[in-house]
Design a protein around this ligand. Structure first.
Ligand SMILES: Cc1cc2nc3c(=O)[nH]c(=O)nc-3n(C[C@H](O)[C@H](O)[C@H](O)COP(=O)(O)O)c2cc1C
Length: 324
């Protein structure tokens, strides 16, 4: 086994080098527990768990612990100072996670300086989502334990570069590199491990599972879709989100109109444009999570290798066939 894969498995407590990435929608506690229980590693998306699936944060963590005795992680998105209330909420969630014995934090956006300090004081590992080499090296210097390389094949808010480019630029970094984007089956996982990644962060494949609480129409759309059916739109979050092409998503075009586009190009206005887009986008995701007729379906380019709705355990077990 590669040293970095060994390190990744040690950091997470998983036996298969696969994270079920945080998802809004999609990260319900039952899915997270099922992935961890099967030997993968589930990560909580706190807003999904509370606002979407209606759990009190601590009770949600306790539910996962009731369903499995295996470890799981929690994701913290650091929205660069946009909203003081959110930051206070995130701090509270972090305190509760520590009290409930969580040993892995996955951070995204912003600088996790404070989080790394608190985490390491409590024996918690921190992996951070990065879009490119510059941020990866800055995060390594800041002391994170692993790097999630968000590539342009992933579902949700997608990256801007390929999995190959990340490896080319970061192959000599000494901490685990996780490939986030485009892993739909065991062959895909084998390919990225052979490229040099320590493991994969996977979202889309886990949406099409029995335990995931998105609508059946959404799951079936993932099974039916091919890579060519995935489109990018900046209308949900300001940067590209990866979605299945449907009438709902194509209505009105995939790009923002002139005013929002102008705002997105100017640093002082960007934050407001993104807040506006995201508040509208989240409402659409909320509906799409539960209503078969609302077709706002995020998914990555790995869809072509996802051919059936399975249990989360079957998905993880299939990844066990990979040589790592
Ligand atoms: C429906 C959906 C929602 C997502 N929501 C989030 C999120 O709220 N926060 C986050 O950090 N990543 C989010 N992601 C990204 C995943 O955690 C993961 O990195 C990505 O799905 C990996 O690519 P894949 O979909 O090709 O497997 C989301 C992905 C999907 C498919």
């Amino acid at each position: 086994m590669k040293q970095t894969t060994h390190q990744f498995l040690e950091d997470t407590g998983a036996t298969v080098p696969v994270i079920c990435g945080p998802m809004y929608p999609g990260s319900n506690p039952e899915l997270i527990a099922a992935v961890s229980d099967a030997g993968g590693f589930g990560v909580v998306q706190p807003v999904s768990m509370t606002a979407l699936y209606g759990h009190d944060f601590r009770e949600g963590l306790q539910l996962i612990k009731k369903l499995t005795d295996k470890p799981f992680g929690v994701n913290f998105t650091i929205f660069g100072g946009a909203n003081q209330k959110y930051h206070e909420q995130m701090q509270k969630w972090m305190e509760i996670s520590i009290e409930e014995g969580v040993k892995f934090f996955l951070t995204s956006l912003g600088k996790p300086t404070e989080i790394v300090k608190i985490a390491h004081q409590n024996g918690i590992k921190v992996y951070h989502d990065v879009p490119n080499k510059k941020v990866a090296l800055a995060m390594r210097d800041l002391g994170v334990d692993g790097i999630n390389c968000i590539n342009w094949r992933g579902g949700g808010q997608t990256g801007t570069q390929s999995a190959e480019k990340f490896i080319e630029e970061l192959h000599d970094i000494e901490i685990p590199l996780i490939c986030a984007g485009g892993v739909g089956n065991a062959d895909d996982l084998q390919k990225i491990l052979d490229m040099g990644y320590a493991g994969a962060q996977i979202g889309t494949r886990f949406l099409a599972t029995h335990e995931c609480k998105v609508s059946n129409a959404y799951k079936q759309a993932i099974v039916d879709a091919e890579e060519k059916d995935i489109v990018w739109t900046n209308k949900i979050a300001g940067n590209n989100s990866s979605m299945i092409r449907t009438d709902d998503i194509m209505k009105g075009g995939l790009r923002t109109g002139p005013i929002i586009t102008y705002m997105l190009k100017h640093d002082k206005l960007k934050k407001y444009a993104r807040m506006y887009l995201m508040s509208k986008g989240l409402k659409k995701y909320n509906k799409a999570a539960f209503d078969d007729s609302v077709k706002y379906w995020q998914a990555g380019k790995g869809v072509g290798n996802i051919n059936s709705i399975l249990s989360a355990a079957d998905v993880v077990h299939a990844f066990k066939n990979v040589k790592f």
